[in-house]
Design a protein around this ligand. Structure first.
Ligand code: FAD
Length: 389
């Protein structure tokens, strides 16, 4: 028997059915494994409201390639919209376009919930994948290869056996926490001083977009910024204000909020409406942004961290998820290279992948300065060039 067929008898447990966990379930099922996924939330396809970070995601070529490998690219991208560059808004509402690349290169804006639902359905279409909803990982006994979950309805504990466990449980990964208790995992996390708040520009009365649709709209204001991504399902724009928490704290009355928006984002304020904005500031707490690095990503030959569980990054490069999907491409390549021999695949994957992922983490941190401040000087240079033509 080849190493591959021996290994395929192993039971894979994936913790987390977010975007990375659901896609990894598809990859492992394609390779012939039996996969049990454990997700703490209920099935989001049946839920009215889904709590989570960011309503929209920018999907770039890294992410698209992983989807293409499983034949899912078209299904996902038809639920999104292309963004060909940044549309930069000045203080008076004037705009300037900065393309992302040459010849109409674009990234896609995708509705996060719809995206996750599609990947969960894709995972469940394999007869060898079973998703256990409302199962929250609470403990691990690695020596016995056991995971303990708490069922959300009854609080009952359930212990299951695994051969290989994959932690796709996000930035606050419980699997990573348990690995840290048992091994010498290097770990660092950083909360940046900025927070974010999601707002919305609704569609026009006739259902059309209020701003040109194929752009990432950006209001760079040096120490803070507002961005807007087009949202296909309802033709709204999902707006995100990123600012130091001191700014959020200082906006403690409706009057101050309106003055701040009038001074900095007058066109966006008009489209969102004053009542909507003041209500958002009264009811929505600004959310923190965390960057996580750790190494190694593997636990000997039976555990691995993927996606945000391994490398959560601040969102300014729009690459957190894309990088998580790229983990899966690289993981897949090591599975081929070492004929499914996890003794080799897991440590080699960790060694190789952590270098690139940590670099992406650093780039994401640096791109905040580019987006909120440096983009203004780039516009200045662009204007100069145009003046000289
Ligand atoms: P998650 O999406 O966090 O999924 C983890 C899953 O695990 C969830 O379903 C959760 O319920 C489950 N889970 C957690 N704990 C447990 C437990 N104990 N037991 C069982 N299940 C558990 N990235 C991009 O590429 N492009 C963007 O444009 C972009 N924009 C962003 C904007 C903002 C404001 C933020 C905050 C992030 C953004 N990101 C973006 C990053 C992106 O959201 C993450 O990189 C991506 O969601 C990571 O996916 P994941 O599956 O690894 O983790």
């Amino acid at each position: 028997m080849s190493s591959q067929s021996v290994q395929q008898k192993k039971k894979i447990a994936i913790v987390g059915a977010g975007l990375v966990g659901a896609l990894q379930a598809c990859f492992m099922a394609e390779k012939g494994y039996h996969v049990e996924v454990y997700e703490m939330r209920d099935d989001i396809r049946k839920s009215e409201k889904v709590f989570g970070r960011s309503i929209n995601l920018a999907l770039s070529c890294r992410g698209k390639e992983a989807l293409r490998m499983l034949g899912l690219e078209d299904e996902v991208t038809k639920n999104g919209i292309e963004m060909f560059g940044r549309m930069v808004h000045d203080y008076k509402g004037g705009t300037k376009f900065i393309p992302y690349g040459k010849e109409n290169e674009a990234i896609m804006s995708i509705d996060r919930r719809k995206f996750n639902e599609l990947l969960i359905s894709a995972a469940e279409s394999y007869s060898s994948v079973y998703i256990n909803y409302c199962h929250k990982l609470v403990d691990c006994a690695f020596d016995r290869r056991e995971l303990t979950f708490e069922k959300s309805e009854t609080k009952e504990l359930k212990t299951v056996k695994f051969d290989i466990v994959m932690g796709c449980d996000g930035a606050y990964s419980n699997l990573r926490f348990n690995i840290m208790k048992n091994t010498k995992l290097q770990y660092s996390q950083e909360y940046i001083p900025d927070r974010y708040m999601e707002l919305r520009i609704p569609p026009n009365a006739d259902g059309s977009f209020m701003m040109p649709k194929n752009y990432l709209h950006l209001w760079p204001r040096t120490t803070f910024m507002l961005i807007g991504l087009p949202n296909v399902p309802d033709h709204s724009f999902v707006m995100t204000l990123f600012a130091p928490y001191q700014i959020f704290e200082s906006l403690d009355s409706d009057r101050k909020v309106i003055e701040f928006f009038r001074a900095n984002f007058v066109d966006a304020l008009e489209m969102m409406g004053e009542a909507f904005v003041t209500n958002a500031f009264r009811t929505l707490p600004p959310l923190p942004l965390v960057s996580v690095k750790c190494k190694p990503y593997n636990l000997e030959d039976y555990g691995v961290l993927l996606g945000d569980a391994a490398h959560a990054m601040v969102p300014f490069y729009g690459q957190g998820l894309n990088c998580g999907f790229e983990d899966l491409i690289v993981f897949n390549e090591f599975m081929e290279k070492y004929d499914h021999d996890f003794k080799k695949v897991l440590p080699e994957f960790s060694e190789y992948r952590s270098i690139d992922a940590q670099a992406m983490n650093d780039l994401a941190m640096r791109n905040y300065k580019e987006m909120k401040a440096d983009v203004n000087s780039r516009l200045f240079i662009l204007r100069k060039k145009l003046d000289n033509i």
